[in-house]
Design a protein around this ligand. Structure first.
Ligand code: CBY
Length: 428
């Protein structure tokens, strides 16, 4: 780096990074930790069968300091089996999450990261994402949420990546931050965490960076934070309830980019606590993603050299499943491609969207056939009538009720009597 570049660089760093030491984090007070018990129960009672859910849960356990030996050992074993069985089939973001989970705090699993060369595997997968963007109109193999996880894991675990490329890719105007024109708060928040990690590594001298790139990254963070804040709702949620935890993390690490008056953290926290008591976080991944922020932690706190902590005395309670009266309900179900194909379906009260799709498929195997894959959030519908979603073309099957997109997946959205449900062939 030339001398003439150093002065403005130092100035920028002093401006942008020193105030972050003073950042205010609102969090649940220790005496109210029992409010978080439903989240712990959901994570402990998870069936460990879904996609990469285990890595989400393990990361959360370690980050917040929940030590429950038997559960932890089971999670670790599942994750290791998964890597051994389908290492190269994992998506880049899945691998990044696994590295974050196995590598957080001083534990014997770090050896596994080295033995299986997980960091260099991630470098390769990140490169493949970029190559796919080159070949397919700027569309990555997965999505920008996963690319952000990749950069975050590479940054925290000393992987290599091109900083100018990252600065170019993560331009806030890039279409990959948007789904159907709507800014994705989850994606923006993860990008802020990743970019902030880069900035931190510049200040602590771990990486050298051109002042032009640093300024560019700094501007990206500023603008992403603005976009995140503009998705704040009246009740304090940011985006929706499932993106709020990650948005909080992003706002914790970027408090020098906005004024105190722009975000009432306590209001957000209160609304989330209310939702916890209503059982909103019944999916282990949902519980795992909200938890760190509630006790003031962020993914930037992942540190391979810090001792593992124990903050929670766990009183395991069994998860309560609501008892449904075994009555039937009837819903209207449509598949929309260009034409609309509809049917009425009768299912048991307490059924999910997926049950409706399964019943419809029994009624007409050709019109209502579908396939799905398990993800950490439950089933994701991959095809209907043989027509498959494709990331390189930004196509997917959107789920709607009364014409409005759902904020839950097919396996967790509870349907109601008389409801109009739809799966619509869409572009994002
Ligand atoms: N994780 C990922 O790769 C997913 C990233 C994510 C931004 C994610 C939300 C956020 C998160 N915290 O994990 C995401 N969804 C993406 C990228 C996508 C796109 C996936 C395709 C791709 N290129 O990778 C896409 C197609 C735009 C998408 N999500 C679709 C859907 C719908 C799924 C319908 C189906 N075919 O099954 C759906 C149901 C929206 C709809 N109405 O159709 C949907 N997503 C929802 C609701 C959600 C939320 C889940 C909430 C819940 N309780 O189930 C979500 C948390 C999430 C998962 N999607 Co997307 C967003 C939110 O509401 N806050 C990394 C990996 C390692 O795990």
């Amino acid at each position: 780096m030339r001398q003439s570049h150093q002065l403005p660089l130092v100035g920028l760093l002093l401006y942008s990074l020193i105030p972050s030491q003073l950042c205010k984090i609102c969090e649940v007070h220790k005496e109210n930790y029992s409010c978080l018990n439903p989240l712990i129960s959901t994570m402990i009672n998870s069936k460990h069968t879904r996609g990469i859910q285990d890595a989400n849960v393990l990361l959360s356990f370690r980050l917040v300091g929940i030590q429950k030996q038997d559960v932890e050992q089971q999670l670790i074993q599942h994750i290791k089996d998964k890597v051994a069985r389908k290492g190269s089939d994992l998506t880049s973001g899945q691998l990044a999450l696994i590295i974050l989970a196995l590598g957080e705090c001083q534990n014997p699993d770090k050896k596994f990261i080295d033995d299986y060369h997980l960091v260099s595997q991630l470098e390769k997968k990140f490169q493949e994402e970029i190559e796919n963007m080159g070949a397919h109109n700027g569309n990555p193999l997965t999505n920008y949420y996963q690319l952000s996880l990749d950069v975050l894991a590479l940054c925290l675990f000393n992987g290599s990546y091109s900083i100018p490329k990252v600065a170019e890719l993560f331009d806030p105007e890039n279409k990959n931050y948007y789904f159907g024109g709507q800014f994705s708060v989850d994606t923006g928040a993860m990008a802020v965490l990743a970019l902030t990690c880069l900035e931190k590594n510049v200040t602590n001298g771990q990486i050298k960076i051109d002042s032009k790139d640093l300024e560019c990254i700094d501007n990206h963070i500023k603008s992403l934070v603005k976009k995140i804040l503009s998705e704040k709702k009246e009740n304090g949620l940011i985006g929706n309830i499932f993106s709020t935890g990650e948005a909080m993390q992003a706002l914790f690490v970027s408090s020098n980019y906005y004024n105190e008056s722009e975000w009432d953290c306590q209001q957000t926290l209160d609304t989330v606590l209310k939702e916890i008591s209503h059982g909103t976080f019944s999916i282990p991944t949902a519980a795992a993603q909200i938890f760190p922020a509630l006790i003031g932690k962020t993914y930037l706190d992942v540190n391979k050299d810090s001792p593992c902590s124990n903050n929670f005395n766990i009183s395991t309670c069994e998860s309560v499943t609501p008892t449904d009266s075994p009555s039937n309900i009837s819903v209207h179900y449509s598949v929309k491609i260009n034409e609309t194909y509809s049917t009425n379906v009768t299912v048991l009260n307490g059924s999910f969207f997926l049950d409706v799709m399964t019943e419809a498929q029994k009624i007409n195997e050709t019109i209502f056939s579908f396939t799905m894959v398990e993800t950490s959030w439950g089933p994701y519908i991959t095809s209907v009538q043989g027509l498959s979603a494709n990331s390189s073309k930004r196509t997917y099957w959107q789920l709607l009720s009364e014409g409005k997109p759902l904020s839950q997946g097919a396996g967790s959205y509870l349907v109601h009597d008389g409801e109009n449900l739809e799966v619509r062939w869409s572009k994002y």
